[in-house]
Design a protein around this ligand. Sequence first.
Ligand code: HEC
Ligand code: HEC
Length: 326
Amino acid sequence: MKKFLKLLGSVVLILILALIIIVVYIKVALPNVGPAPQIKVERTATNTARGEYLAKSVMVCMDCHSLRNASEYAMPMDVTTLGEGGQEFGKSEGFPGTFFSANITPAGIGSWTDGEIYRAITTGVRKSGKAIFPVMPYHNYGKADPEDIKAVIAYLRSIPAIEHSVPESKSDFPMNIILNTIPEKAVPGKIPADKSDTVAQGKYLFTIASCHDCHTPLEKGKFVENLAMAGGREFIMAGAVVRSANITPDKQTGIGSWTREMFLQRFAEYRDSARAHRVLSPGEPQTIMPWSMYATMKDQDLSNIYSYIQTIQPISHAVVKFQTRN
Ligand code: HEC
Ligand code: HEC
């Protein structure tokens, strides 16, 4: 019996030591996605314009990295705060800590090299080597064509510098340890060369626009892939729970009965600035979907996204999109 207890004691000790070693390893050696690439981004009118389009209409960087007006429907961004950061993703919205979007104007990341910005966007590792919380969808950006990421960098270099200091983000335990394991080396994609392959074009945009992430339920930090794009991911907002819609082509519960024109129109309505800045009435459903940003996508790109959506698995999954809560 004594021998057994001694053995048990050593086993427990070894387990505790192993755990300490693992935690120290994760804290010290991770994230490890390699050094920032040595790249120089050319700033031409063409790639700056492409970058602006991606940052505002497709990858919607500016939606998170500016302040959003919560009193208006779909919380459009306040253009005077373009890129200054400071938007809070906190515990009251269910996040495991308090995170603030960074200042990505030249006043915030002007001293970073192009490679350091490239690595941050595509892998989630900052100049300092610290991990970025994945509310920023860097796993999807890592799948973008490197030329598109460079275009975004060219654009970020061109926006006005705004001095705006942002509080430091803080993860709760155990996220402060887990966070370091999240950044991964990027596996870059390519803009499909064939313009007439509308499904492939749409899939590329759908991926870098992160439609999947909001439209797939998230449980304990993992996407429920057998309900991919079937909606129901919950967003806790002031006084309400908002759930994403089913955007699979299911006829009853998804958008399978929408024509291409209906789909385009659903976005296009927010191009009108009165619609894009409509003040909410009390108790009216709010949404987190950045309609006014995606609305500025070109019709051809939205149409390609529609073509891609037609090819995804229809899933029957009814969602209550808005519920008030106390
Ligand atoms: C859904 C919201 C969201 C989107 C979209 C988003 N970001 Fe972020 N980003 C954040 C948050 C929040 C942080 C800070 C997270 C933290 O502190 O852990 C961040 C951090 C960063 C950082 C690190 C800056 C620093 O000083 O540490 C850079 C650079 C960055 N984002 C650039 C971009 C670019 C470029 C895009 C578009 C391609 C983008 N982000 C899209 C939310 C977002
Ligand atoms: C930040 C989270 C978020 C992102 C990113 C997002 N959506 Fe949504 N989306 C929602 C929510 C929440 C709703 C339900 C409320 C509403 O209608 O606005 C919704 C609604 C929709 C609807 C309306 C469906 C209906 O039944 O009325 C469509 C279509 C849609 N999204 C398509 C997309 C596409 C395409 C993308 C990518 C380009 C995308 N969404 C990205 C959160 C998001």
